[in-house]
Write a new protein. Structure first.
Length: 438
């Protein structure tokens, strides 16, 4: 079949050439003494006939071999191919915290002393030091796909283990994945997911033992247990570039609406502290002269916490209420009542940055989070009509050492207070290095 197709093609091409040659003025048919004008006219006719012949041969080729045209299209299409690249990297981080458990001043003093009473009640069990030195090795991968037809896609994933050198129980693994994909000429879709497992927060009151049955629970009669939780957070964002011109004073202006969901699950002893947090917000990111950056973000979320019976100590001498109904007013009366940690959270964040050079970036971040508890139980004095807050300042440098090596130096300070912890302050110092493996 294939040979027959080739033969037909050849015969058709020969026929086309023969038909053209019939129009040629051969020398035997020409006049013996032609003048110059006639000779020029004959030459022009020959050129025209040759062009017609070439066209007919090309048509014959396409008729007998329709795949030839498709082959040319395929070659052109092959030039627009998808480019994929995967790069592996390793990372090492060194972090120092001066208050890893977010203790108040009085709690810091008691942990340092750790007297016989606190040892007997496990108040500071596995909390060996206020400060902590963390070594955090990590490994990850970066994937990039460039496709003019479907848009560009990038992904970064990382697995990290946080090793606590002083408080071994605090060590925990965590992971993160970030995805970014083009959603049009000036827009991108982004996803940021975080996971952590078995994070030890601190020890909290979990039970009492009223040895003298007087209804007033002293320090010696309290029982403490470890609060450990798993954490997951996923965030979707749509980044739209309103302005993108590196030669202008305002070189970039991006509008970024986002929604997210956070879930924290505590161990069974403190399962009532578990919560779900759906949230949303808006971010505005500006850049001036392609060097100075400013990011402003507002976020609102509602904490949906479990609402179950929980043991806590209540000072009846202040409220003049016999909360547990034993007929006595005591400073530390054990009360079992409904505890609801649900709240409304508002966070505002301002983050300026300055590109000092091609390889070095100076960044800062100011954030304030306020929290209003929504419980209606007046006995739960830690949350009823109460607010919480967290103020955080962070600054540092990000820099490239070479094409395959980059680093970061960071300092942060956090002041906070919530329903389960008194006022506390923490300072952190971080140095990290990242090296591409490929």
């Amino acid at each position: 079949m294939k040979n027959r197709k080739k033969s037909c093609c050849f015969l058709l091409q020969v026929t086309c050439v023969f038909l053209v040659l019939l129009h040629f003025p051969f020398p035997c048919m020409a006049q013996i003494h032609p003048d110059e004008s006639q000779t020029a006219l004959e030459a022009e006719n020959i050129v025209k006939n040759l062009n017609q012949s070439a066209i007919l041969v090309a048509v014959a080729d396409e008729i007998t071999d329709p795949g030839a045209k498709d082959s040319k299209k395929k070659k052109k299409k092959d030039k627009i191919t998808e480019q994929k690249k995967i790069r592996l990297f390793s990372e090492i981080g060194f972090e120092y915290s001066d208050n890893i458990f977010n203790l108040s001043d009085s709690q810091e003093t008691r942990l340092t002393t750790n007297d016989a009473t606190d040892q007997a009640t496990n108040r500071y069990s596995d909390m060996n030091s206020i400060s902590e030195q963390i070594i955090a090795p990590a490994i990850g991968a970066k994937f990039q796909s460039k496709n003019p037809a479907t848009g560009n896609l990038s992904m970064t994933s990382i697995l990290r283990y946080n090793y606590y050198t002083k408080n071994a129980k605090g060590s925990f693994p965590e992971g993160r994945i970030k995805l970014e994909r083009d959603a049009g000429e000036n827009a991108k879709l982004e996803f940021d997911g975080k996971l952590s497992f078995g994070k030890f927060k601190k020890n909290y009151l979990s039970g009492v033992q009223d040895a003298n049955s007087n209804g007033n629970i002293t320090r010696e009669e309290r029982i403490y247990s470890s609060a450990i939780y798993d954490d997951f957070e996923g965030k979707f964002a749509y980044k739209y570039a309103l302005i993108k011109n590196k030669h202008k004073k305002l070189s970039d202006l991006n509008l970024v609406p986002f929604v997210g969901y956070r879930w924290r699950n505590y161990n069974s002893t403190f399962s009532n502290r578990s919560y779900k947090l759906p949230y949303g917000g808006l971010e505005l990111a500006l850049q001036f002269y392609s060097r100075f950056g400013l990011r402003i973000q507002y976020q609102y979320g509602e904490v949906d916490s479990k609402t179950n019976q929980e043991l806590f100590l209540y000072d009846e001498t202040i409220s003049k209420i016999d909360a547990n109904g034993d007929g006595k007013l005591k400073e530390n009366a054990p009360v079992i009542s409904m505890v609801d940690r649900s709240s409304k959270r508002k966070t505002i964040e301002i983050a300026p940055s300055w590109k000092l050079s091609r390889d070095t970036l100076l960044f800062m971040e100011f954030s304030r989070r306020t929290e209003t508890y929504t419980t209606g139980n007046s006995l739960d004095i830690s949350r009823y009509g109460q607010d919480a807050y967290e103020n955080k300042f962070k600054t540092g440098f990000k820099f490239d050492i070479s094409k395959k090596c980059s680093g970061e130096i960071e300092y942060s300070r956090t002041n906070s207070k919530d329903s389960d912890d008194d006022k506390s302050s923490e300072k952190k110092y971080l140095v990290s290095l990242q090296m591409m493996i490929d």
